[in-house]
Design a protein around this ligand. Structure first.
Ligand code: URA
Length: 235
């Protein structure tokens, strides 16, 4: 990319202003002063220093993944492959999963390098809806629906959940919408309903739905519309 374009984009002034900065010798690329105001650089790999600033120019990228089981939603793990390992090596810089799913949970996960978006979606204050499809060991007992709708008490550790809603799909399958993300929350909620999760799949987060064409382990970039919906998601 053109160096003057990058600097203008980062707010160092107009293209004319930044050309002056470059010609004046204030820009170091990989340790050397670069005075050529037509120069091209590789912002992902070149170290660019302007005055006292080292530039962070990672383009924001947004991946929608159907997380498979036995893959960790973290950036590194000593034992299991991570969701980052599933993506191609040129998927983007500084990627991390926005939120955590258990090792055995599947489904919608956004992988990005947009820290501000992650904060908006994950902050406990925001209460962004998360919808899960839950396969159960025993038939669903509708008597628990009232308790879930007002906030069920879960254990290990004890916690009073926020209201959640349930839709029954068949006797051993429900969909549940929660607005928080405590450790093993859905599993602990099902335990409090005298049941047990045998398969858990996240199918929605705020305004973003899991693409049914993505098989576990598959991913694609978010469409501009999906990104807009996610950006607009508020709890
Ligand atoms: N609730 C769980 O129990 N596990 C998850 O991975 C997500 C929600």
């Amino acid at each position: 990319m053109r160096l003057d374009k990058i600097l203008a984009h980062l707010g160092y002034g107009s293209r004319k202003d930044v050309k002056k900065i470059i010609r004046a010798g204030h820009v170091l690329v990989n340790g050397e002063i670069l005075r050529d105001d037509d120069a091209h650089v590789d912002p992902d790999n070149d170290e660019i220093i302007v005055g006292d600033d080292t530039l962070e120019y990672a383009e924001k990228v947004y991946w929608l993944m159907n997380k498979p089981q036995d893959v960790v939603s973290a950036t590194v793990d000593p034992r299991y492959p991570t969701v980052i390992d599933l993506l191609p090596s040129n998927a983007g810089h500084g990627l991390f999963p926005i939120g955590r799913l258990d090792l055995d949970t599947e489904g919608l996960l956004v992988v990005s390098n947009d820290g501000a978006l992650a904060h908006r979606l994950l902050s406990p204050k925001k209460h962004v809806d998360k919808e899960y499809e839950v396969d159960l060991a025993k038939d669903w007992d509708p008597r628990y629906e009232m308790e879930l709708s007002t906030g069920i008490l879960i254990q290990d550790p004890e916690y009073q959940c926020k209201p959640a809603s349930v839709v029954v799909i068949d006797p051993k399958k429900i969909r549940i919408v929660i607005s928080e993300g405590k450790y093993h929350q859905v599993k602990r909620m099902m335990a409090a309903c005298d049941n047990e999760v045998v398969r858990l799949r996240r199918i929605r987060m705020g305004g973003l739905t899991l693409d049914p064409h993505l098989q576990p382990g598959e991913f694609r970039t978010l469409t501009p519309l999906e990104l807009e919906q996610l950006q607009k998601t508020h709890g």
